[in-house]
Ligand binder design. Structure first.
Ligand SMILES: Nc1ncnc2c1ncn2[C@@H]1O[C@H](COP(=O)(O)OP(=O)(O)OP(=O)(O)O)[C@@H](O)[C@H]1O
Length: 385
């Protein structure tokens, strides 16, 4: 664990420069000497009773959360739910009104960002345009007045980690968005933090690069065993990278579980609709049909099996009679198609692999698995087996 040697230098550079970023990385000066081969698993993060009001409104409401050492957790939720506010409080850029934040068992809530054993990667990377990649990465160590030889060694180790040694002398404007992202990551990792904080780290990258960079981040995070918290509003990103996901809604955590649990057993209707796709039907399920009722039935599109009527029906039959429905629309989605089925004014989406039935096909939809909700909370799960 890192012992804090509090820097006297400010976290933000004092040189006046209109082009310089307004934010600065935070982090704790490491007591580790030069030549340290990498990071070992450090302490976890424990948040209790975190509360914050802004502009007279409660933004974060009694938030409790624990991240285990070496775990990667995503804070996932819609725009404005309080993800960034939470992350900024953990990093030390914003003071909570109440609550405790412990990193590696040590209370940090009264410490400034530069005194905390955490490092943050900002959404816009906040790189210095007039500095080379290596100088950007060296910056937090120079602020802490680490010896020159140690800085050189640690910068090269961090750049090697993110595969950027060949760009050490390039300026940010000359490298790609993905490489800028990796520079920002190296600048955080060079501080050898106990806790790595990333704010929407992939949002400035195009779709293809996102997939590559998220795999890179996950690989590095697992190799180093570094406790990591990522803020994102992208459920696919959170599902693919995280050990666990904290789904936030209006300043509270609705559910904190593994990606698989969130998908199969969402605690609330909000989580069920936010994670993955869901057919949401008012009423209740009776003998494979939706009948009027007070609750809500939620069905994943892959759990709706459509069988066209006609002479081939027996061949395609999925068993049971199901709900009569007509193919209204077919949306190709690569290796499967999203088939929109209608019956009267109700609609259901079904995922079909192989050749989808053409628009206008009449048949029956059978529901193989479902969730029911009462007052927004999960009431039952069921399957037609
Ligand atoms: N300084 C402030 N004064 C008043 N309200 C604020 C302030 N900063 C943030 N808020 C409000 O707090 C709420 C949460 O903001 P926050 O940035 O944490 O959301 P978020 O979940 O990160 O959203 P996004 O995904 O859009 O970044 C928003 O409604 C925002 O308008």
């Amino acid at each position: 664990m890192t012992t804090n040697t509090t820097p006297t230098t400010p976290a933000t550079p004092t040189t006046p420069d209109p082009d310089t970023p307004s934010t600065a990385e935070s982090g704790t000066p490491s007591t580790a000497g030069p030549g340290r081969g990498g990071l070992e698993v450090r302490g976890g993060l424990d948040i209790t009773g975190l509360h914050k009001a802004l502009g007279g409104r409660t933004i974060i409401d009694s938030l409790d959360m624990s991240v285990q050492p070496g775990e990667l957790v995503s804070l996932l939720g819609p725009s404005g739910c309080g993800k960034t506010t939470t992350l900024r409080m953990i990093a030390g850029f914003l003071a909570p009104d109440a609550g405790s934040i412990k990193v590696g068992g040590r209370e940090v809530v009264h410490l400034g960002p530069e005194q905390r054993p955490s490092a943050m990667v900002f959404q816009n990377y906040a790189l210095w345009p007039h500095m080379t990649v290596a100088k950007n990465v060296a910056f937090p160590l120079r602020l802490r007045k680490r010896p020159r030889a140690e800085i050189a060694e640690r910068v090269d180790a961090a750049l090697a980690l993110v595969n950027l040694l060949h760009h050490r002398d390039s300026r940010p404007a000359r490298i790609s968005g993905g490489e800028q992202q990796r520079t920002a990551l190296a600048r955080a990792l060079v501080q050898e933090p106990e806790l790595l904080l990333l704010d929407e780290p992939l949002s400035n990258l195009d779709a293809k690069l996102r997939v590559k960079v998220r795999e890179d981040i996950r690989e590095i995070q697992q190799r180093l065993g570094i406790t990591t918290l990522i803020v994102t509003h992208d459920q696919e990103e959170a599902m693919s990278m995280s050990d666990r996901i904290a789904v936030m809604n209006a300043g509270r955590i609705e559910q904190f579980s593994t990606p698989a649990q969130l998908y199969s057993t969402p605690a609330t209707e909000f989580v069920a609709t936010f994670i993955g796709s869901l057919n949401r039907l008012q009423g209740r399920l009776q003998d494979g049909r939706i009948v009027p009722g007070t609750g809500v039935v939620g069905i994943r599109p892959e759990d709706v099996l459509f069988t066209p009527d006609g002479p081939d029906a027996a061949k395609h039959s999925t068993g049971g009679e199901g709900i009569p429905a007509t193919v209204h629309r077919v949306v190709p989605r690569g290796h499967f198609a999203e088939v929109h089925l209608t019956r009267d004014d109700a609609s259901l989406r079904s995922y079909v692999t192989g050749n989808p039935p053409p628009v206008g096909t009449q048949g029956h939809a059978r529901i193989t698995k479902w969730l029911t909700f009462e007052d927004g909370k999960l009431a039952t799960t069921g399957d037609g087996a």
